[in-house]
Design a protein around this ligand. Structure first.
Ligand code: PHE
Length: 354
């Protein structure tokens, strides 16, 4: 028969020896588990004569209670130690200096585009967009550029092969006709986007470039509204002291049409403007404006009544203006970038300047 004192001594020693929770659990299973000697002894109590059964039953019960308490106490001690060890091991040294990641920033073209869009959003315009692979109908026909019109050739259109009438849009103006065919006036939209022309790459030409288009159609819109709007844009892009001038021009989708110049603020001290420029070989001529005092920055005009009618807008009741501005050109002028290719070369030394 199991000697209770002996069993007690063995069990207490094993529990005391347990160095971690796993070893403690082994000791628990071994001494108070379902298949332990102690539980077996309790089970065989029924085989004892009644007068022994009571006293031995009490002793075994007491031992079991004691061992369970001791296991629990030891468990607390070991669990606390385990937690402490883990905290030590997973300690983070918050005093280490951080690894520095240089902050990124938007590309210069994105910055300029965003600035222009912000000006117009501030004036109550909404941003509109259209696809870069565009139906000829939106890019040309609805813009009053019929199939045989020389403007199609002038724009050096890139056609999408395998499709009947799909081009890479040559300007952002097709979004004008997309908006006008789906929204009733008043409309005021600003349209940033990429455009394509089959141009040979040089310092000022790229077959892919970026424009922002503006379109306002309402009742009673005049060229004075256009002029005031473009003056606001020019001053926010180039400086509050700038002036603009409109020169007569031609676009099939606007009538009248204008090229818009901004006054030159780049002339260095000593350069001469206008009629005096270069005369007598005296003063150096400003390279940005070639001494004229004006820099061409965009094309604009009053939306041609044909375009309104093609798009389902009553041209007797409505009028509007539109303009298109080249982002690369603005960025080159404003930030002194001499070669358009710099925008696309992804040379960090260039990009990090802006
Ligand atoms: N779409 C013209 C271009 O790309 C610019 C323009 C837009 C002119 C809107 C007038 C009105 O050259």
């Amino acid at each position: 028969m199991t000697d209770i004192d002996d069993l007690r001594a063995q069990a207490l020693a094993a529990i005391e020896r347990a160095g971690d929770l796993e070893e403690l659990d082994e000791a628990r299973v071994r001494f108070v588990g379902r298949r332990s000697e102690l539980v077996a002894a309790q089970r065989s109590l029924k085989d004892l004569p009644a007068e022994q059964r009571k006293e031995r039953g009490r002793q075994l019960n007491e031992l079991r209670g004691e061992l369970e308490r001791v296991v629990e106490q030891r468990h607390e001690v070991l669990a606390a130690a385990a937690l402490q060890a883990r905290l030590e091991e997973e300690r983070l040294d918050l005093t280490l200096p951080p690894r520095r990641l240089p902050p990124g920033r938007p590309h210069l073209l994105t910055q300029v585009e965003q600035e222009i869009v912000d000006v117009f959003v501030g004036l109550g315009y909404r941003v509109a967009e259209g696809p870069e692979a565009e139906a000829g109908a939106y890019n040309f026909d609805l813009l009053n550029i019929p199939p045989d019109h020389p403007a199609r050739a002038e724009m050096d259109t890139i056609y999408v092969s395998g499709y009947d009438d799909v081009v890479l849009r040559t300007h952002t103006s097709p979004v004008q006709t997309r908006v006008l065919t789906t929204q009733a006036p008043p409309v005021a939209v600003v349209v940033p986007g990429r455009v394509y022309r089959a141009d040979t790459v040089d310092a000022t030409h790229s077959p892919v470039f970026t424009q922002v288009e503006g379109l306002l159609v309402d009742t009673g819109i005049t060229m004075a509204h256009l002029r005031g709007t473009l003056l606001e844009l020019s001053r926010s892009l180039f400086g509050a002291d700038r002036e603009i001038r409109l020169r007569p021009s031609f676009f099939p989708f606007t009538e009248p049409s204008a090229e818009v110049d901004v006054s030159c603020g780049f002339c260095e001290a000593g350069t001469v403007h206008g009629a005096q420029a270069g005369v007598d070989g005296q003063a150096p001529v400003c390279r940005v404006c070639s001494g004229t005092g004006w820099i061409e920055i965009l094309g604009a005009g009053m939306v041609d009544p044909n375009v309104l009618e093609f798009c389902g807008v009553d041209s007797r009741a409505h009028s509007g203006f539109a303009f298109g501005i080249g982002i690369e050109r603005v960025a080159m002028l404003r930030n002194g970038v001499a070669d358009i290719r710099d925008f696309y070369d992804a040379d960090v030394r260039f990009l990090a300047r802006f």
